[in-house]
Write a protein of this length. Structure first.
Length: 626
């Protein structure tokens, strides 16, 4: 049954951001006042046209967007439907949710010979999940533990590793529990999860029922329904897992880091000092990344006590179990822990504690990545021309990705250089028949910034008078990682600014949905129902408008909403390519008419004249109407 929304009507992406900011702020305030947040009417936000467009845009950007579920529908299939049909389809799915069975696929575990199962939802189910994730995430983010880093916005594994280093250095503690929850995602209790969602503020029973049905979706040819676990492969599953494990976080931190005391302390450090002196509490610093976690404490005895307590808590409160073989107690002065693909150890060095951190890539995981990379490099011999260059770019991206992930490791250069030369020789052998030459890295024409300053010779081939090289794994330097800035969040203006300042990323303009809805009504009024005027066209023209900084690609002047038309640069492209953002250009209506006319435009100035001629040359004889 529909409920009247208590939130403002969402007419633009800016409106959506404002509502998400509001949910975050009011949740924060409730928690600070010792109250529990309570939100109803959330489904109306999920069903908003703006939320649906945002959800589909997010999904189409994912790697698996072209992967079909059990209904054989892919994201491109949805994008090529008519705009009103897509909006209505998603709204109907949210009102009468009945998930499709999942499609089972198996993928290798990093650094292991084993495989893990993924449950691939149908595209419509992914869209439903993403609309819910968009709405409930700010409510959860306002409550989550500050040192939980996995599958959360503006957080990463490097921050978790840096937190480990800082805690060990500041406290001098060197006893660490390496926690492993046995089959965590597969054993999440649905009833307890739904209760936890309610406890954390989701009081819209319709949302809870959708999530409940989502969790119970079976697997094709295996199970008609699922009674335990969250499907690994579901868009909302990582968020649900964090919600479930939030109880564990809260229980542990209430025992030490966030222990309530009668005395009010202005600084956490003063409180911790007092707890050490005046209580028999067992120190505990939890760092969690999804189901991978460690706990740092001061003695082996306390580590053993904490391990037993956590084991009991997981069993009785969350119906989860620790893996006895993989949950270890480690003295990091003597041997390293394995955490998030890194080895972490404390070695003798010049510091206040007499120890300094030593981190290096986990041997087993790194070797698995290298072996996979080597297989791909060997395949280069099968390709020629543009395809060969594309495959070199893919391999370079993988090499760069490995370096970027491991660059916080203090021994990164030494460890990666062990494999750098052998990979280069593998690449040279694969490219030898293509005329490959050993070329100084700073002389090739690709990855210029990466290769600057390196004279190491790398295998390179010629293509269109350019020299394209396979980059070296050894071109990586240690880079300091910084602790998570608690101010960074997607749900406050200050938090967003802090993130973009740290990462030097460019903050995109909010989507102009008001202008886009005006265009939709114009299309309908003109009776333009050609396949190319589909959902993807109406969605991507908003992103093209932002890319063009809301200025005309012909005359360069600002475009008011009622003046906008979007030009297909190459109207001869197939339907699955014609509406991609690079093929769309924002123009004034009169500038657009000039592109499609044969009128002499030399009197408009050389710059505009050249632009119009270039755009005209891309056109076929058939003229566009819009």
């Amino acid at each position: 049954m529909a409920q009247e929304s208590v939130y403002p009507k969402l007419e633009s992406e800016s409106d959506l951001q404002s509502v998400l900011d509001y949910l975050y702020a009011t949740t924060k305030q409730a928690i600070e006042e010792g109250k529990l947040p309570k939100y109803k009417n959330l489904l109306e936000l999920a069903k908003s046209e703006v939320t649906i467009i945002t959800a589909i845009h997010n999904i189409k950007s994912n790697h698996g967007s072209k992967t079909a579920g059990t209904d054989d529908v892919t994201t491109p299939d949805i994008l090529q439907q008519q705009y009103p049909e897509v909006i209505l389809m998603v709204r109907n799915a949210l009102d009468n949710y009945n998930p499709h069975l999942l499609r089972r696929v198996w993928i290798p575990k990093p650094g292991k010979d084993e495989k893990r199962p993924l449950g691939i939802p149908a595209v419509i189910d992914r869209i439903v999940q993403e609309t819910l994730r968009i709405i409930i995430e700010p409510i959860m983010e306002a409550q989550f533990f500050k040192h939980s880093y996995g599958f959360r916005p503006m957080r990463d594994a490097h921050m978790a590793l840096e937190r480990t280093t800082v805690v060990c250095h500041k406290t001098g503690y060197h006893w660490i529990i390496e926690g492993d929850i046995k089959g965590c995602f597969d054993n999440i209790n649905h009833t307890k999860l739904i209760k936890q969602l309610w406890h954390m503020g989701i009081h819209d029973r319709r949302i809870l029922m959708i999530i409940k049905k989502m969790l119970k979706a079976g697997v094709m040819n295996e199970l008609p329904t699922t009674e335990l676990g969250t499907p690994q492969g579901g868009i909302i599953s990582p968020l649900l897992a964090n919600i479930y494990l939030h109880k564990l976080d809260q229980w542990i931190v209430r025992e030490w880091e966030e222990k309530k005391t009668q005395t009010k302390y202005t600084k956490d450090n003063n409180k911790i000092k007092a707890l050490k002196k005046r209580t028999n509490l067992k120190p505990a610093y939890l760092i969690r990344y999804a189901d991978d976690w460690i706990l740092i404490t001061n003695t082996k005895a306390n580590a053993e006590k904490w391990k037993r307590r956590i084991e009991k808590y997981l069993d009785t409160k969350l119906k989860l179990k620790l893996s006895p073989d993989k949950t270890l107690i480690t003295n990091v002065k003597k041997r390293p822990i394995h955490f998030l693909g890194f080895h972490y150890k404390q070695i003798p060095g010049n510091s206040r504690t007499g120890r300094i951190p030593c981190t290096r890539p986990d041997d087993k995981r790194l070797k698995a990545k290298i072996n996979e990379l080597r297989k791909h490099i060997k395949q280069l011999r099968k390709y020629n021309g543009e395809q060969l260059i594309h495959q070199i770019n893919v391999i370079n991206s993988a090499i760069t990705g490995i370096g970027n992930y491991y660059k916080p490791a203090t021994m990164v250069n030494i460890e990666l250089n062990k494999y750098a030369n052998s990979l280069l020789y593998t690449a040279f052998k694969a490219l030898k028949s293509k005329g490959a030459q050993w070329t100084p890295a700073n002389e090739v024409n690709n990855l210029i910034n990466r290769h600057a300053g390196y004279t190491t010779r790398i295998p390179a081939v010629k293509h269109d008078n350019l020299t394209i090289g396979v980059t070296s794994l050894g071109f990586v330097k240690w880079e300091k990682t910084y602790l998570k800035n608690p101010a960074e969040t997607p749900y406050t203006p200050e938090g967003r600014n802090a993130y973009y300042e740290r990462t030097s990323k460019k903050q995109s303009l909010p989507r102009d949905d008001v202008t886009m809805s005006l265009t939709l009504s114009e299309l309908i009024a003109k009776g333009l129902t050609e396949p190319k005027y589909n959902f993807e066209y109406l969605m991507n023209r908003a992103y093209a408008f932002n890319r063009d900084k809301r200025k005309c690609k012909v005359c360069g002047n600002p475009i008011a909403g009622h003046e906008l038309e979007t030009h297909h640069i190459d109207p001869n492209l197939p339907l699955d390519q014609i509406n991609k953002v690079p093929n769309l250009a924002s123009t004034h209506k009169w500038c657009h008419n000039l592109i499609h006319s044969t009128k002499d435009v030399s009197n408009l100035g050389k710059e505009i004249y050249v632009k119009i001629l270039k755009l005209r040359n891309k056109l076929s004889q058939k003229l566009e109407v819009v």
